[in-house]
Design a binder for this molecule. Sequence first.
Ligand code: GDP
Ligand code: MN
Length: 382
Amino acid sequence: MRLTYAKKGGRLRLLEWQGREILRQEGIEVPQGEVVESPEAARAVAERLGKPVVLKAQVPVGGRGKAGGIRLAQSPEEAEALARQMLGSSLKGILVRKLLVVEAVEPKAEHYLGLTLDRRARVPLFLYSPKGGVDIEEVAKETPELLAKVHVPPLEGPLGFRLRRLFSLAPQHLRPALMEIARKLWSVFFRYEAHLVEINPLAEVDGKLLALDAKIIIDDDHSPGPQFAGLEEEVVDPLEAEARKLGMSYVRLDGDIGILGNGAGLVMATLDLVAQAGGRPANFLDIGGGARAERVKAGVELILRDGRAKVLFVNVFGGITRCDEVAKGLVEALSGKNIPVVIRLVGTNEEEGQRILASAGFFPVREMEEGAAKAVALAKEE
Ligand code: GDP
Ligand code: MN
């Protein structure tokens, strides 16, 4: 698989679906489901599962539940509608490109199980709590008596007596299953040279334990190493690769409104506005800072080449990027094309930019909300 992750001081946090795949391959049970990139695919998975599903935004941050990144759908139709809202929106400032669609389960209890490297002792440390599903730091602070910590020397491995101590807080009937999962986590921890392997919640469902979430943090030196061989390959989007070569960041989304802007934050806000106005972005395109006419032109061409955009919405805030350059690039790229265009262009050299646009017959909007509404209306007409 191509690893997508959050990078933080030499550490990589795998996305949930990747971590889940690793746990599954180790023989740890996970809920049935699949990762998807479109509302239609979300619907198909829900249809195949034939029961209510949970849609989970694949972003490398925790606390997704509270932020609206985990939603329950009762029917395939609802799964499709929710997926449409979630895909292409931003969650905690990160673009949601994939959803994990899994069968909804009714846990009887939620446990926590983690294995990390205790950096002070330089020894792997298992953590277990019968009170999972919540932030483990919170458990450590508020009910430390419900958090068990057991060091395991690497050369010794997870021997029975240590695991029995770890799970002394666990209900009797779950202890054998917990010990088996702990041993599997141990294997994963060493195979992937992980800093952290965590299952929270590890849910008790019908007397069995299911990993409802998977968090794996690895060292970026070791990734993607040979230990990742055999995991599902992710196809690299050729337009994405081309954009990167041109110094831009492009992501294909599922809608029909082409988006071009400068700065990841502004582009993300634009996607959100379009979604709020009832439209669906066809892509994310950040032309970067200080773009000259040439790069703007290349950006527009990328969106046109993709071919799914019925309308183009340009939202540029000129700072180091000059509005006249942007206007020049737009006019060059759009001359002779008959795609409807909505432009918001404010900031450095704005008057000159507006003049260039006007002489080519383009009349920009002032506010981005107005632009989003207009773009959505035009897309509906097309
Ligand atoms: P996180 O908040 O980013 O760590 O995301 P999690 O995957 O841990 O999910 C957060 C919470 O959503 C879990 O603690 C569960 O309580 C709940 N949840 C996730 N999947 C299911 C499910 O299939 N059924 C039910 N009932 N709750 C779920
Ligand atoms: Mn979790």
